[in-house]
Design a protein around this ligand. Structure first.
Ligand SMILES: [Zn+2]
Length: 339
């Protein structure tokens, strides 16, 4: 697998990484954030191959012929160290982390880049994260550390701040109609200490969007009605048909509502990545912030807001009243209160 295999999905990012290699400016520590950990690992290894190549082309593409390239191609690169959670506990054990840190501290084979990959880096416990900080603060020369996570909020801020954050989120969606409906305008209203009335106004705007969705779902299902009941249908059949239609309307509403919830989640997740230093142009949906006056938030605040969003999402799935859950979410962010 090579970085060029990812060109179609992430053309700008792959070009950027190859250029860094060509100019000898590859950084030492990166946090790769995505929505699929296996995908992140494949990307990390492809990129490590490019970064390790001893004779890259002028645009930074790996040569495929040097010893390092050959080792990567045959899965036998001697300076690659991967640590991942144990299958049972789902935790990166302190012992494994110690072995990893020790390996990273040893000098590398001359001419070989030492590569350390932490799969599901957020699975380090606090003790392991703190121990790893020493390696992260002063990586030995000729080292590339790649931390992979689908849950960046769980990492210590001190870890995030020492890495270049790269987004490999693939869930780019077309949010044009939601933007027209005012969803992002409402979310942009949410700023800290802006007051309860402001938070509730944002919640009301989002609730109105959901109400429109509910009406649109009913219309869509009724318009798609494939069969009209026979003229001699008895009341039992009519009731059954009505029940089926109601179920279809409910399912369509949940589908549309989930798109809105995913958009709100993307809003807060991307904002956290931006606050952590990710390049905005490399995010899947940077257009949702276009033309809006956004509050400045620290990485910690953005992380906290994302947590509120995740709690909101759980509440909805647990059938909490949507309007109530929205009010709580918007008040938590705008008032900075704990409910
Ligand atoms: Zn090579």
């Amino acid at each position: 697998m090579s970085l060029s295999d990812f060109d179609a999905t992430f053309p700008n990012l792959c070009k950027h990484l190859r250029q860094a290699k060509a100019k000898g400016r590859t950084g030492q520590a990166y946090l790769l954030v995505g929505d699929d950990i296996d995908f992140l690992e494949r990307f990390a290894l492809a990129w490590a191959k490019t970064a390790a190549c001893q004779a890259p082309a002028s645009d930074g593409t790996e040569c495929g012929k040097c010893n390092c390239c050959k080792h990567f191609s045959s899965n036998s690169y001697p300076e690659l160290f991967i640590v991942r959670p144990q299958s049972k506990s789902r935790v990166i054990l302190a012992d494994d982390m110690h072995t990893f840190d020790h390996a990273m501290g040893l000098s590398s084979t001359p001419g070989y880049l030492k590569v350390g990959v932490l799969v599901e880096a957020e699975r380090m416990n606090d003790a392991s994260q703190n121990a790893f900080l020493k390696t992260l603060e002063e990586p030995p020369p000729g080292t590339l550390l790649l931390l992979l996570t689908v849950n960046p909020r769980m990492l210590l801020p001190t870890i995030k701040s020492r890495c270049q954050v790269i987004s490999l989120l693939r869930n780019a969606q077309d949010y044009t109609s939601l933007a027209k409906g005012g969803l992002f305008k409402a979310l942009a209203m949410l700023r800290r200490q802006s007051g309860a009335s402001n938070g509730l106004a944002a919640a009301a705007a989002i609730a109105e969007l959901l109400a429109q969705c509910e009406r649109a779902s009913a219309e869509a299902v009724k318009a798609a009605k494939s069969s009209t009941p026979p003229a001699d249908a008895d009341s039992r059949i009519l009731k059954q048909l009505a029940d089926e239609q109601a179920a279809r309307i409910a399912a369509e509403y949940v589908r549309q509502r989930n798109i809105i919830i995913a958009a709100i989640h993307a809003w807060f997740l991307q904002r956290m990545l931006i606050a952590s230093g990710a390049d905005q142009s490399l995010l899947p949906n940077p257009e949702m912030y276009e033309g809006l006056e956004l509050p400045t938030v620290s990485a910690d605040e953005a992380s906290q807001d994302l947590q509120y969003m995740e709690e909101f999402s759980r509440s909805i799935n647990a059938n909490v009243d949507v309007k109530l859950a929205l009010d709580v979410l918007c008040l938590q962010i705008s008032e900075k209160i704990t409910i």
